[in-house]
Design a protein around this ligand. Structure first.
Ligand SMILES: C[S@@+](CC[C@H](N)C(=O)[O-])C[C@H]1O[C@@H](n2cnc3c(N)ncnc32)[C@H](O)[C@@H]1O
Length: 221
């Protein structure tokens, strides 16, 4: 189910404009192949956040075929992007797409688990991220966040996607067979954690499949 009224979504997405032809083509490809790339309304919201924040270094957990990483690269032409993907096939597809667009100097892609790869980056001194996009396995957001905070600078913006999980996070009535019980519980705990944490200031919104936007107060650990 859609978490917002279909007409509302349609109305908002009616104003969606791809940044360029390359992204439009990649979005069509992703949608055709059922790759869960960021929704149009999520991209619209990220447009504003990125324009306001103007990040120098973006960390992304969950690359898939590289759509959002490539979007970040076009939206923020001065920014270095580090993106991590666990699935080998998706990782190679992303690498191919990034290289084909000549963006491989600025988009650094890594194969492996989000937390482990972030810790490796930290160990080799790559930190100071000021924008983080968490968009991978939904039941692992807490450990992705912990790792990400260890490489973030003060006032970094952290965007967690799909926090509403088609409204299942909000109410059990949207998961009547309890098929997603564990994931739902973990996401509820995650949302509760980021909303209560004193090191973060968080706002929740129903854009797309639900976004949490947090600002890191800079006192992790
Ligand atoms: C929703 S997709 C990412 C979409 C991408 N951000 C975009 O908008 O173009 C989630 C991706 O996270 C990957 N993933 C799942 N578990 C992961 C993990 N532990 N570490 C890194 N990536 C993971 C999946 O293989 C999948 O490709």
């Amino acid at each position: 189910m859609n978490i917002t009224n279909d007409l509302v979504t349609e109305y908002i997405c009616g104003y969606y404009q791809p940044l360029n032809d390359q992204l439009a083509e990649l979005r069509s490809m992703g949608e055709r192949d059922h790759v869960p790339i960021i929704l149009k309304e999520t991209e619209q919201y990220l447009n504003i956040l990125l324009a306001l924040k103007r990040p120098a270094r973006i960390l992304e957990i969950g690359t898939a075929i590289g759509y959002s990483a490539i979007y970040f690269a076009y939206k923020c032409p001065q920014t270095e992007i580090y993106t991590i993907e666990k699935d080998e096939t998706a990782f190679h597809a992303a690498r191919h797409n990034i290289a084909a667009l000549g963006l491989d100097e600025r988009i650094h892609s890594y194969l492996g688990d989000g937390q482990e790869q972030v810790e490796k980056l930290r160990d080799i001194g790559i930190k100071g991220f000021d924008f983080v996009f968490i968009d991978a396995a939904k039941s692992h957001y807490r450990r992705f966040l912990e790792a990400a905070l260890s490489v973030c600078q003060k006032d970094a913006v952290i965007v967690s996607d799909n926090i509403l999980q088609r409204a299942m996070t909000v109410s059990d009535q949207y998961d009547p067979q309890k098929k997603h019980k564990t994931n739902v519980k973990k996401m509820r705990d995650y949302v509760d954690y980021i909303c209560r944490s004193r090191e973060l200031e968080t706002s929740l919104m129903s854009t797309g499949d639900g976004l949490a936007v947090s600002i890191f107060r800079g006192e992790h650990g």
